[in-house]
Design a protein around this ligand. Sequence first.
Ligand code: NAD
Length: 331
Amino acid sequence: MYQVTLIPGDGTGPELTSSVKEIFKAAAVPINWEIREAGLKAYERVGSVLPENVLESIRQNKVALKGPLTTPIGEGFRSVNVALRRELDLYANLRPTRSYKGINSRYENIDLVIVRENTEDLYAGIEHMVGDDAAESIKIITRKGSERIVRFAFEYARKYERKKVTAVHKANIMKYTDGLFLSVAREISKDYPDIEFEDRIVDNMSMQLVVKPELYDVMVTLNLYGDIISDICAGLVGGLGVAPGANFGEEIAIFEPVHGSAPKYAGQDRVNPTATILSAVMLLQHIGEEEIAQKIQTALAAVIAEGKVVTYDLGGDATTSQMTQAIIEKL
Ligand code: NAD
């Protein structure tokens, strides 16, 4: 029996993680969930958005599934998601994007992977006012941070037999920060002669992804660019409802959908559970349960391909619970 931490999350998070729990139960996945509250709910209950027992549980279990957490914009506490990634040094954010039959989108056969650096860049949170009328934010890029994220991307490419790694940057303008990342990427690429390497400037990359996504494979990039281009990729395959993700450190991994807490739909049983289910499928692959992972992914893909019991964003009118039940029936 695996012991896995489960953070239900804010907004629609609890509905989505419940969907995973039901599917895992039906598939007899040998997981014992250790449920820990973080975010707004934890704040209301114990006065902290990231109570120590959440970190303790994840440090002990080494694996967690997380629903999205709400971060107030421009005020209040800093992002719990960012704090979790930094506290546990989860430096690599992996976001695979692939097309599913039955989802209306601009392209078929999309198969892209974004490896996003998770701990540095403008997300370092070194930001302050300069007098009343100016503000300053400091971008941090280190050799160590760049080396480990680029190596993670190449190791991933090798493990999953991918052909090419593209480093995405803006080194033409940010010659020191992005320049350091790019020069490290070039150096490390020499250790992987079996994998093609190239680089792209982020604005060009964004355009290329929209017009020629088939030219790309694995992309490795800095925190902010990774955040933005992964939403572009989600848009290429049918939106945020189908985009899974994972955060990896040396020993710990947290799996979570790319999307946020979609608070306007909270409690309505309306949102698409696919991104959270696919994140949980990645969790199963991570712990070595490849066969069950495959079974759940196939059942989900079949429900989407039939298009009868799917949520609003996929053109249907099913609820989260109905779509979950349809997947369970396929299992
Ligand atoms: P969001 O991803 O929550 O929602 C944007 C829109 O995308 C929604 O209004 C909805 O139309 C659609 N959407 C999202 N998830 C969907 C799903 N599963 N099924 C169908 N449609 C879906 O982004 P937002 O509104 O910018 O952010 C809301 C909150 O979530 C903010 O507080 C933000 O900070 C937080 N957030 C958390 C995470 C995380 O926990 N990792 C990530 C992003 C945003």
